[in-house]
Design a protein around this ligand. Structure first.
Ligand code: ADP
Ligand code: 5GP
Length: 195
């Protein structure tokens, strides 16, 4: 994949809407996709691996990368927690001959869309309701009560942006949402839906 042929799929959503689940599904289904591993200053969760899920950086390392201009976009997604997409990561996946898949927040998604324009399909994953989203986040059991509250507050902000994206994908029944995501990917890569 050369730089001029590579496409991008940006999945964005309020935390808990199910974008990681859907992203993992399309990555498994389509070997021609590659995940953009973000850098973050948040602490690693039990099942996460450095370099696979995120590049876990100290705040000092993250700041150094900002000053070096290493990020295509970065964001303080939650107070004191920084996340960003490294230019190098975009090049790495394209060099491997794959189209990129991102799992990033709404502001980062808008920024990448602005940078990469028509090569980029932006998808807002939407939970069927706020109540369902809170239930899913609580059931995932990965957040402290403080972090859970931060995520719920941010969700209310992020929900206002759904009209800024190319597609809205409602994640109610998971297999249906996954099939819809497959159709979006195939249509954007091949021009037709091959399923
Ligand atoms: P996000 O990456 O948007 O924060 P996740 O993919 O981690 O969200 O999903 C949040 C939780 O909800 C996870 O425990 C996941 O297994 C569950 N989940 C995702 N989609 C559905 C769905 N359609 N129905 C029920 N549970 C779901
Ligand atoms: P989590 O801590 O649950 O893994 O992610 C928190 C939020 O940060 C999610 O909305 C996720 O999509 C977002 N995020 C992850 N990586 C990036 C990134 O590189 N840039 C931006 N802007 N947001 C990111």
């Amino acid at each position: 994949m050369t730089r001029d042929k590579g496409k991008m799929f940006i999945f964005t959503a309020p935390s808990g809407a199910g974008k990681t689940t859907i992203v993992q599904h399309v990555l498994q289904k389509f070997p021609f996709l590659g995940f953009s591993v973000s850098a973050t200053t948040r602490t690693k969760r039990e099942k996460e691996l450095d370099g696979r899920d995120y590049y876990f950086l100290s705040k000092e390392e993250f700041d150094r990368k900002i000053s070096e201009g290493a990020f295509a976009e970065w964001e303080e997604v939650y107070t004191g927690l920084f996340y960003g997409t490294l230019h190098k990561e975009i090049e790495r996946v394209w060099q491997e001959g794959r189209h990129l898949v991102f799992d990033i927040d709404v502001q980062g998604a808008l920024r990448l869309k602005k940078l990469f324009g028509h090569r980029c399909m932006s998808i807002f994953v939407k939970p069927p309701s706020t109540e369902v989203l809170v239930q899913r986040l609580t059931a995932r059991n990965t957040e402290t009560p403080e972090n859970l509250a931060k995520r719920i507050a941010k969700m209310k902000e992020e929900n206002q942006f759904e009209n800024h994206f190319d597609m809205v994908l409602v994640n109610d029944i998971l297999p249906i949402a996954c099939t819809e995501a497959e159709h979006i990917v195939q249509t954007f890569v091949f021009g037709i839906d091959q399923s």
